[in-house]
Design a protein around this ligand. Sequence first.
Ligand code: FA5
Length: 350
Amino acid sequence: MDNKITILKDEINEKLAKTVDLIDLDKIRVAYLGKKGSITALLKGMKDLSAEERKSFGAEVNKLKAFAAEKIEEKITELKEKEVEKEIASMPQFDVSTPVDLTRGSYHPITLVQRQCEKIFKSMGFTVEDYPEVVTDYECFESLNIPKHHPARDMQDTYYLDNGQLLKSQTSAAQNAILKKYGKNLIENGVPIKAIFPGRCFRNEATDACHENTFFQMEGVMVDKDISISNLIFFMKTMLSEVFQKDIKVRLRPGFFPFVEPGFELDISCLICGGDGCPSCKHSGWLELCPCGMIHPNVLSEGGIDPEKYTGFAFGLGLTRLAMMKYGIKDIRDLNSGNLKSLSQFTDDE
Ligand code: FA5
């Protein structure tokens, strides 16, 4: 009997040493420890032994059983580790220090339309200004003829910092600074103020296919002697025909903004649905794109410019919505999604 145990032990060692995959290993387990396995058979055969023999032989068979189970477990671990190593070795190797191939990147659609608009306005003599995203209440509202508790603030709830500053809800927040920056040159040298200032805006509002809580606008101002609504319409028309390179249906309707008088809403016929109505245009067929108007005398005065001598226009182009219309993006939320699959397909068409 002892001889049988020794033979089985050697057999197990030999077979395990030769096994190279987990399927074969399981076959070995079944052959020795399974219901009809050799070790199980030894245990079953003990009923024919005397009580004395059964005791000592039973102990030996149980030892063999534990030995086989332990060796098989060890082999499973060894083979699994080998499989992982094999998989790692077969994976493509990346060197994180390798320089990135920048030719494979792409510009965000908003960057593309922003650059295009900047180019168009620069060619018409406008300077491009940058402005902070964190501004004061004075910059965003008070200097724009929107005193505290004015109902117009309700439309532009934004995010406030503990120190009273806020994330700008409109690029108009830079108007006062621009008037002050270039006003001296206008008054002393007669150089008109012509500036655009693109920037990120924030609003605490519910999002849908055409509203985001973070979006881009591009503000424009022009101030000189005898500036009129005709000048405003000329620049708006030129900008749109250059951006879209085709005739676009627009409509101008009265709009109220405390910092312009008169004020207008410039809407564009929705290019997603062709004006039939869809979620991108709130089912109206029109998309509010570029409110504008003649700068209110109070705003000019606050910027140090005499409204009796000078007039000017201002507009607040919705750059994010312009990108939607230009590239046929149905849902504004895709633009902030960071989804490279959808964002990397746009290219500068110039
Ligand atoms: C303004 O922000 C004014 N400052 C615009 C202005 C400037 C008027 C100068 C007169 C003179 P409004 O809240 O309508 O206005 O926003 C302007 C444009 O920004 C909208 O037409 C739209 O294109 C875009 N816009 C506004 N809110 C959102 C939003 N939540 N998501 C995406 N785009 C928005």
